[in-house]
Design a protein around this ligand. Structure first.
Ligand SMILES: NC(=O)c1ccc[n+]([C@@H]2O[C@H](COP(=O)([O-])OP(=O)(O)OC[C@H]3O[C@@H](n4cnc5c(N)ncnc54)[C@H](OP(=O)(O)O)[C@@H]3O)[C@@H](O)[C@H]2O)c1
Length: 242
């Protein structure tokens, strides 16, 4: 392992029980980093930790600010530092606005926006105190364009993009900030869609999904850069997705 570009880091990945987060946790651990893999379904995290060296499970609901702060503090206590935080946890129960599924709108705002902010709130002090760190947000191509049934989801992803860009602009040079915006990726993301029209449209839309390892590769690329290089944004989508 190249000592400059890829020295072992302490990484924290939210939403690591499935899909992209799981692939990111697996990839970073395989690259030799120590990874705290966080999510609510701890049994899936235990399975991951049992199959990949360097992964530690952490039961966490990102909508709970105190819990996110406590999980980050425990990580710093245990390992002496936290180098990389990947804010990946997200939900996507799509529907048209006129379906009026307000609980699901709020859930998307709570996880995709508040959950991200909770990660930022928890990381900034340790990053400042240790003189650096890397914050990675998993946004979406939904942060770059809106489609019917995805108004609220895209709204949360535009917000994630904007908040992460604001973090980058406000951060000192020793803090790196990256947004990774995936296109359609194989995962459980569409499973929470209860609206039948949106579900049907999504199954067609998701036909060309690429594996989550493609997004893990992008995160690993950003993380492995030398300290003076800040990869700001990567968009990764299937070649067939326009
Ligand atoms: N797949 C795609 O096509 C695609 C495209 C663009 C962007 N993205 C983004 O990629 C990220 C990962 O999604 P995915 O596709 O990998 O979907 P996924 O397989 O459904 O994974 C979502 C992850 O988020 C976690 N999560 C949900 N609510 C949470 C909460 N309250 N607290 C903590 N963790 C929570 C889930 O874990 P638990 O249920 O165990 O808590 C799960 O590990 C999301 O931000 C999504 O918006 C995905």
């Amino acid at each position: 392992m190249d000592a400059v570009t890829s020295s072992p880091r302490i990484a924290f990945v939210t939403g690591a029980s499935s899909g992209i987060g799981r692939a990111v946790a697996r990839r970073l651990a395989t690259d030799g980093h120590r990874v705290v893999a966080a999510a609510r379904r701890v049994e899936l995290l235990d399975e991951l930790a049992a199959s990949v060296d360097g992964v530690e499970p952490c039961e966490l609901d990102v909508t709970d600010l105190d819990a996110v702060r406590a999980a980050v503090a425990t990580t710093v206590e245990r390992h002496g530092r936290l180098d990389v935080f990947v804010a990946n946890a997200g939900v996507m129960p799509l529907s048209r606005l006129d379906a009026g599924l307000t609980d699901q709108w709020n859930q998307m705002i709570d996880v995709n926006v508040r959950g991200l902010l909770h990660g930022i709130a928890a990381c900034l002090d340790p990053f400042r105190e240790q003189g650096g760190g890397h914050f990675v947000t998993i946004a979406s191509i939904g942060a770059h364009g809106v489609t019917p049934t995805a108004a609220v989801y895209c709204g949360t992803k535009y917000a994630a993009w904007a908040i992460t860009e604001g973090l980058r602009l406000e951060s000192p040079p020793e803090i790196r900030v990256t947004t990774v915006s995936p296109g359609v990726v194989e995962s459980e993301l569409a499973d929470t869609i209860t609206d039948s029209d949106a579900r049907q449209a999504m199954s067609e839309y998701r036909r060309h999904a690429i594996p989550p390892s493609a997004i893990a590769d992008a995160v690993a690329f950003a993380v492995s850069q030398p300290p003076e290089v800040d990869v700001n944004e990567i968009v990764v989508r299937p070649v067939r997705q326009r």
